[in-house]
Write a protein that binds this ligand. Structure first.
Ligand SMILES: Nc1ncnc2c1ncn2[C@@H]1O[C@H](COP(=O)(O)OP(=O)(O)O)[C@@H](O)[C@H]1O
Ligand SMILES: [Mg+2]
Length: 145
């Protein structure tokens, strides 16, 4: 993978870092001069992934979340959100719309659906007891002159 630019952020699983992650992604992506909608889509997707790491991955515990944001050739944005939390038993099921293991917290079960619809590609890798890595890509529209 050819990487044109990259930032890596390592943060503790505090809910205040959801907005910090959104801000980081915005300030990195601004170099590509994205549309308002592209920026909003990517921010939302990152927010969902980071929130999942905090509320599900490190449920009842705490740990480190690694966020990697890359600019790839062809105006493609690559995002990776990694936690070393509890992991997911059944990834396919977890990704189904409306599936949630935390209904009492009024989770909608739509986090993965949002990531899937706002980004071009979504991949989830997870091992129970080891953690979860969510990778997303989105190609930005060609630049007008
Ligand atoms: N990082 C993660 N670590 C462990 N489990 C996760 C993680 N992300 C998602 N999950 C599981 O996948 C389910 C669906 O996630 P999501 O679609 O975001 O819905 P919600 O967060 O509203 O429950 C969660 O309820 C949880 O069981
Ligand atoms: Mg969620």
């Amino acid at each position: 993978m050819e990487i044109l630019n990259e930032i890596r952020i390592s943060m503790p699983s505090l809910s205040s870092n959801e907005s910090a992650a959104r801000a980081a992604v915005s300030s990195f992506i601004v170099q590509t001069d994205p549309t308002v909608e592209e920026l909003s889509d990517i921010r939302t997707a990152v927010s969902e992934a980071v929130t999942n790491a905090i509320v599900h991955g490190y449920r009842g515990t705490s740990g480190i979340i690694e966020l990697v944001i890359r600019l790839l050739p062809g105006r493609e944005i690559y995002i990776r959100v990694k936690d070393s939390g509890c992991g997911i038993t059944d990834i396919k099921k977890a990704m189904e719309p409306l599936f949630t293991t935390a209904p009492e917290e009024e989770r909608s079960g739509l986090g993965f659906s949002v990531m899937e619809s706002f980004m071009d590609r979504l991949s989830v890798r997870s091992k129970v007891g080891q953690g979860t890595t969510v990778t997303m890509r989105k190609k930005l529209a060609a630049h007008g002159s």
